[in-house]
Design a protein around this ligand. Structure first.
Ligand code: GSH
Length: 215
C-alpha cells in the first residue's frame, strides 16, 4: 500500500493525491510538514513534501511519483495513448510548473503566510508570470480539457496550480492574472470541479487551508 506524505494545503501534495484517486490506487495519507530535520531528510532528501513510501522504498518529486504510478498502475491512464500527445501533455505540465507555478511561489509568503515580499520581487515575478502564462495560452486547448478532448494528468496539475496562482495574483496584484491571459479558465475550472475526486481534494484543501493559513 502506498503511503502519501505531506499536507493538504500543498498543490504538489494535492496533485499526487488527485492522481492516486483518479487512478483508483489504494493509499494512506500521513500528515507531514516540510523541515530540515534529519528524521525527515531520511525520508525526503530535501525535506520537502510530497513524497510517497512504497514497498520498494521512498520516492520524492510529484512528477516523478506521477510517472511511477502510471508505469506501475497503467489502468485508468492519465496520459493519451499516442506518443506525441503524451509528450504534449507532459509539455503542458512542465510549463505549468517551471514557468508559472514556480514563479508565483515566490509570492506565497505574503499571499498566504503573513510575510512580506519586496516590490522588486513582485515586479520581477509579474514579468515572469506574464511570459509563462502567454506561453501556456499558446499550448492550452480547453477543448474542453487543457490537452484536448480527454481528461489527463495535465488537468490534475492545471486545476491545482491555476487555483494557487489565481488566488496569489488577486492578493498581490489585485487582479486575476490567470484569467487575464486565459479567459477560458473560469469555465474550465468549473468543468474540472464537477469531478468527484477533484471535489474530494478541494474539500480536504479547504479544511487544511482554514486551519493552517492566515487567509
Ligand atoms: N518540485 C517539487 C515541489 C514540492 C514543493 O515545493 N513542496 C513544498 C510544499 S508545496 C515544500 O515542501 N516546501 C518546503 C521547502 O521548499 O523547503 C514536487 O513537484 O514535488
Amino acid at each position: 500500500m502506498i503511503n502519501l506524505c505531506g499536507f493538504a494545503v500543498s498543490n504538489y501534495y494535492n496533485k499526487t493525491k488527485l492522481v492516486l484517486l483518479e487512478k483508483g490506487i489504494a493509499f494512506t495519507e500521513e500528515q507531514v510538514f516540510p523541515s530540515q530535520e534529519e528524521k525527515l531528510l531520511e525520508r525526503s532528501p530535501l525535506g520537502k513534501i510530497p513524497f510517497i513510501e512504497t514497498e520498494h522504498g521512498g520516492l520524492s518529486e510529484s512528477q516523478v511519483i506521477l510517472e511511477y504510478l502510471e508505469d506501475v498502475y497503467p489502468e485508468n491512464s492519465l496520459y493519451p495513448a499516442d506518443n506525441f500527445e503524451r509528450a504534449k501533455c507532459r509539455e503542458l505540465i512542465q510549463h505549468l510548473e517551471l514557468n508559472v507555478e514556480l514563479h508565483a511561489r515566490r509570492l506565497y509568503k505574503e499571499a498566504f503566510f503573513g510575510g512580506v515580499v519586496s516590490e522588486e520581487i513582485k515586479i520581477e515575478v509579474k514579468e515572469r508570470l506574464d511570459i509563462g502564462l502567454k506561453g501556456l495560452a499558446r499550448l492550452a486547448k480547453f477543448k474542453p480539457y487543457i490537452a484536448g478532448d480527454t481528461y489527463t494528468a495535465a488537468d490534475c496539475v492545471a486545476w491545482l496550480h491555476f487555483f494557487m496562482v489565481s488566488m496569489t495574483s488577486q492578493k498581490i496584484y489585485g487582479t486575476d492574472i490567470v484569467v487575464a491571459h486565459l479567459p477560458a479558465v473560469t469555465t474550465y475550472m468549473q468543468l474540472i470541479e464537477t469531478r468527484p475526486h477533484v471535489q474530494k481534494v478541494a474539500a480536504d484543501r479547504a479544511v487544511a487551508m482554514a486551519s493552517f493559513l492566515k487567509i
